[in-house]
Design a protein around this ligand. Sequence first.
Ligand code: ADE
Length: 349
Amino acid sequence: AGVGYDMAALQGLDDVDVVLRREDVIVSDVVLGHGNFGEVRKAVLKTDGGELPVAVKWLRDHPTGRESERFIHEILLMQTVGKHVNIVSMIGCCLDVNKRCMLVVEYCPLGDLQTYLRKINIKSWYVNDFNVDRVGLPITVNDKENTMLDTGNTSLATNGGSPPMVFNNCYLYHDEENVFLTIEDLIRFASQVANGMVFLEQNHIVHRDLAARNILLSDYHTIKICDFGLSRDIYEQNHYKKSNCGDPLPIKWMALESLKYRVYTTQSDVWSFGVLLWEIMMLGSIPYPTICLSKIYEVLRRGYRLPRPNLCCYRLYEIMLGCWQSNPANRPKFASIKDAIDGIMENQY
Ligand code: ADE
């Protein structure tokens, strides 16, 4: 490793409160994510009470000075913001045998939201699939495992799972998790992200890279906003374009003013939140699939916006459009976005 890196790592660690003992962190071979910037692996942390599943991040082998700087910045930021249910929490930090700094964070078993959403299928509902007791109300389903499904609660939280809401004879099914989802479950993801963003805003933190790939899902489908500032390089590279200062940029998630002046504020995070909302309602599709990155700014400046996803009601689409107001001051605040989304859920969508 470069000399600059070791120094940065050691210097950074001086300010970290929770320095873990290296021998207590048992790293596995399971790679949870990787990219240019570094690698994330599954690990367990030995504690007094037993073992805790965790995720460990490293910088890659020969990081640039800027990468090391951002890594340390990230760690210190995570430490200062403190804990919130919808933010991935930092557990601690330590140096590995090669003096590489490792960041230990809580493990989110369901992985990142983009990958999760892409495994949701819209299936059409044939009468054969269900025993129907009243028109439109399936009571049992015979799926591959031949499970009996109860009626009643159709939400994911208690999903054994119940037959889902049915729209146009279709339902949402997560192939890997083997659960039904409702549109309300999707909207609840968005509400939780907004909730985490209210907290970041209160702590004067601008995320700069809010996107489904940077959101993790924990137990009970709790949303965790992931390592702000660091996470941007962890996943797919092709959404990013190199900027003047060397950091790649997530063009399709960026607000007009960020594209033009590289200005980032909570209100530019609100724009990205709108795109994230669109990703959720499109089950993980790539935004503006036909527009190349170099044209995005011009297309948006002329007033074009992402179209309303089929699963998205008009009230929710209005929130998206609000997030994409050209003038940042006209965009809603995260607190009111959260209230509006919760209002939509209360009215049964
Ligand atoms: N991928 C990246 N970070 C992760 C985490 N904390 N838990 C699970 N998967 C991850």
